[in-house]
Write a protein of this length. Structure first.
Length: 131
């Protein structure tokens, strides 16, 4: 386990996980401490569906992956090490670069992106908004 905080490195590594989706999503924020992607799917409230983001805070660099919130089955395949980094239902906290966990998070992000484009997933989101 790294013993030195490296928020800038963690932010860069986590942002790199999202880089493959920038052209398939809407980049809402792209600054040195906030990177935020929406899907191109427009919700009932006429806003795009949030996909994922990375934000540098005071205590952690947070990686948010919204498909986890609506697809708890994605959590079932998650490693215990990655699960320890979770706060809430869709957020992961890091203080430094952790390549092995970033690789696992990249795989989870790919599964989440696939989920965001699944018709059943989008229908479940619509129903949740209506209810």
């Amino acid at each position: 386990m790294p013993n030195k905080d490296d928020f800038a490195g963690a932010f860069a590594g986590l942002k790199a996980i999202l880089a493959p989706y920038a052209g398939k999503c809407i980049v809402v924020h792209d600054t040195s401490d906030n990177y935020y992607l929406n899907t191109r799917h427009i919700m009932k409230n006429k806003q795009p569906l949030f996909f994922a983001g990375v934000r540098k805070g005071k205590a952690y660099v947070r990686f948010h992956l919204m498909p986890l919130y609506a697809s708890p089955e994605l959590l079932m395949k998650m490693s215990p090490e990655l699960k320890k980094r979770m706060q809430g239902k869709s957020c992961f906290n890091f203080k430094s670069v952790e390549e092995s966990l970033f690789k696992k998070l990249a795989k989870l992000t790919r599964a989440g992106f696939t989920r965001c484009n699944d018709k059943k997933f989008l229908e479940a989101i619509r129903k949740a908004q209506a209810g």
